[in-house]
Design a protein around this ligand. Structure first.
Ligand SMILES: [Zn+2]
Length: 705
């Protein structure tokens, strides 16, 4: 039954049967509202329900190798000696480690170090006494001359070592020589397990070293433009002594071992000032002197300094603003690597805005907040991939057109959809080696699918809530590590509701686990819409199917639709994002996220009458879909044809009595409804106010015309 609506005033009501008001989420769990009232410490939890402290004492969490389980690494003072001209790529020096015991009676300490360094130069001392040590399976085991009895004891040991790092093998790069005489140079790329290939460390993102001093001695060769050193933190001294020169860096921000870097080469240095939301930040560009195109490269990096400011305003200040930001040339084995405070770039990528922006974004996602285990690598690569496009959209000086941004967005979505057999989250079995970690499909899903997860979080949350969640994640977890659940919790808090099912469906895991639960594939949504009267829009989900091979029975998440007043060349249009909670429950999204509204129908007040609809034509979500107009679809619209009785089907345009909680339109027709005793009005709004219904005051009354 359908009748035309020729009504001057339409009121939209939401009715809630108070007896049935305890809505439940997917899986039958009550939706958790009011999360803001929970204390911070109780809120940010890992998958085991404990607070993620970054402490290595956290059982169930440790570095991949399990080294250093009885200590918390506090400080390293590293002294390296490097001559890039040598034939053998030898590296040597000493690593002083200050640590705090986190167990009683510490008698042995283990560190990660490659077996190549098992030679006579490997000498470990404790308070000046040489220790017994073994090096096997890339783990250095040091037996202390005396047991450290008390927990929380601050102590130290010194590791002297020298040797030749292993050769690069695919994704495992480590520390290598490159270039030709007289421009030979050395460089490092430790992600994921190749830090141990060139220096002894505790490779555990949950135990970042709190601060480091890095001293590197290199040959001093005239003419003056001789070897320079690229490393983390602030360079504060480069004294020349005879035929050598020692560069001294210090960093006072917590740093994961795989983000420590060392490169020695003949760099031309360019210095700038970037600004992080008003704070001046040193920007340094080191470009190998024997390369061309320095002006083009520095111009690109100058533009990226504007991105640093833009991201600071959206995600919280650049995390290492008191030390430096920058890029150095000559990365071997990848296009870019986000070494903390100083990203390495392949020579051919130094002018690539997308690669520069990607590495810059990692300074927040990956460096400041690091994944607690490699399972959650997507927490770094997803936001960084997303930021390539986000920066293109937000920072005009980069020079991208709207069409460019659209192409980048659809490219990301297509790439993610083409990876429909694996999750963004990585299972334990694929974490044993760098070769496994970075092999497909996970070596691609962490970027493409991960990038789309962030894109969808932005779509469902809207700009303000998206920035709120990203910023709180960055500021509250600064210098620490996180799991997928950590990010979820920050979005839950910003949104005031629980989107756990979204993370299950699109990410598939959090922390260590053997297999993904969900996270594979994407939905195809068939949407139905109609405009029952002027400036009105109603829509519903007609059906959802899942892509072949998906392990998700129903995808909960955002659905983005574009409504216009013409097929082409429209003069009015609007983007509508809803959230499909499953089970016929829909929510308003894209400007915060509403509670689930039962009844599979949502109504919108627009500033124009839509005539055409397009399914997600700006690639905001991973889903594919269709959207079709059904002139018979009116949502739950009262027309009172038969009587004033609420529960009489023929009084409703679609001959369906709305379920509890459904959104209802009541027109001023012959019979106005008389509510039965079990129904109360929850929210009442007027179409005259063109903002989403849930943002209105609790009640808004206006005389009926
Ligand atoms: Zn990356």
């Amino acid at each position: 039954m359908r009748k035309p609506l020729l009504i001057a005033i339409v009121l939209i009501f939401s009715f809630v049967n108070r007896l049935a008001a305890q809505a439940t989420g997917p899986g039958g769990e009550p939706y958790r509202h009011g999360l803001l009232s929970q204390p911070r410490g109780a809120f940010i939890k890992n998958t085991t329900g404990k607070e993620l402290t970054g402490s290595p004492a956290d059982p169930g969490f440790s570095g991949q190798s399990g080294t250093g389980a009885n200590i918390d690494v506090v400080y390293h003072r590293v002294n390296w000696t490097v001559d890039p001209r040598t034939a053998t790529n030898i590296i040597g020096g000493s690593v002083v480690t200050y640590f705090k015991t986190i167990a009683a009676n510490v008698a042995t300490i283990t560190m990660d170090l490659h077996n190549n360094f098992n030679n006579g130069s490997l000498v470990v001392t404790y308070h000046g006494t040489t220790c017994t040590r073994t090096l096997a399976s890339n783990i250095l085991t040091v037996t202390l001359p005396s047991t450290i009895a008390a927990i929380n004891t601050l102590d130290s040991l010194v590791i002297n070592y020298s040797g030749v790092p292993p050769a690069a093998a695919g994704a495992a790069q480590g520390y290598q020589q490159a270039g030709t005489t007289p421009d030979k140079y050395t460089g490092s790329l430790s992600e994921s397990y190749e830090d141990r290939d060139w220096w002894p460390c505790k490779a555990d993102m949950q135990d970042k070293v709190d601060s480091m001093d890095i001293n590197v001695t290199v040959p001093w060769v005239t003419p003056a433009d001789t070897f320079w050193v690229a490393s983390n933190g602030r360079l504060y001294d480069s004294t020349i002594t005879g035929n050598s020169r020692t560069f001294r860096f210090r960093t006072r921000y917590p740093i994961a071992s795989y983000l420590v870097t060392l490169s020695v080469g003949k760099f031309t240095r360019y210095y700038r000032t970037a600004y992080a939301n008003g704070t001046a930040v040193q920007a340094a560009y080191y470009i190998l002197r024997n390369t061309t195109g320095h002006a083009t490269k520095t111009a690109a990096m100058d533009k990226v300094n504007v991105v640093l400011d833009s991201l600071s305003r959206r995600w919280g200040d650049y995390p290492f603003k008191l030390e430096k930001h920058g890029f150095y040339d000559g990365l071997i084995g990848a296009g870019g690597m986000e070494h903390q405070t100083f990203s390495a770039m392949a020579s051919g990528s130094m002018a690539s805005l997308s690669t520069l922006n990607h590495e810059l974004a990692h300074q927040w996602f990956g460096d400041n907040v690091t994944f607690a285990t490699w399972n959650d690598l997507w927490l770094a690569e997803g936001p960084a991939r997303f930021a390539e496009i986000y920066a293109a959209e937000k920072v005009p000086v980069l020079g991208y057109t709207a069409a460019d941004v659209h192409t980048m967005r659809t490219g990301l979505r297509t790439a993610a959809r083409n990876l429909n057999t694996a999750s963004a989250w990585i299972p334990n079995a694929n974490m044993a080696t760098s070769a496994l970690l970075w092999a497909n499909p996970y070596g691609s899903t962490v970027y493409e699918r991960g990038g789309m997860v962030i894109t969808m979080l932005r779509a469902l949350a809207g700009e303000a809530k998206f920035m709120e969640a990203m910023t709180s994640y960055q500021t509250e977890l600064a210098g620490r590590s996180a799991t997928t659940d950590s990010l979820k919790n920050h979005f839950n808090r910003a949104l005031g509701t629980d989107i756990n099912e979204f993370f299950r469906d699109y990410v598939g895991g959090s922390g260590k686990a053997a297999a993904a639960v969900g996270g594979v594939g994407h939905p195809t949504n068939n949407m139905v819409w109609n405009s029952p009267s002027a400036n009105k829009l109603v829509l519903k989900v007609n059906s959802q199917t899942q892509s072949a091979g998906s392990n998700v029975t129903y995808f909960n998440g955002p659905v983005a639709m574009h409504f216009t007043n013409a097929a082409t060349g429209w003069t009015k249009d609007t983007m509508i994002v809803i959230y499909d909670w499953g089970g016929g429950n829909l929510g308003y999204a894209g400007n915060g996220l509403s509670e689930p509204i039962p009844g599979n129908a949502l109504s919108f007040d627009l500033s124009f009458t839509p005539t055409h609809a397009f399914y997600d034509d700006s690639a905001k979500t991973l889903s594919s879909g269709t959207i079709t107009q059904d002139p018979a679809f009116m949502g739950y619209t009262w027309d009172g044809t038969t009587s004033a009785a609420w529960n009489t089907t023929t009084n409703w345009v679609n001959t369906t009595v709305p379920p509890s909680g459904a959104q209802v339109a009541i027109s001023t027709v012959t019979n106005q409804p008389v509510l039965p005793g079990t129904i109360t009005v929850d929210d009442l709004s007027s179409t005259a106010v063109a903002v989403p219904r849930w943002e209105l005051p609790w009640i808004y009354t206006e005389p009926l015309a």
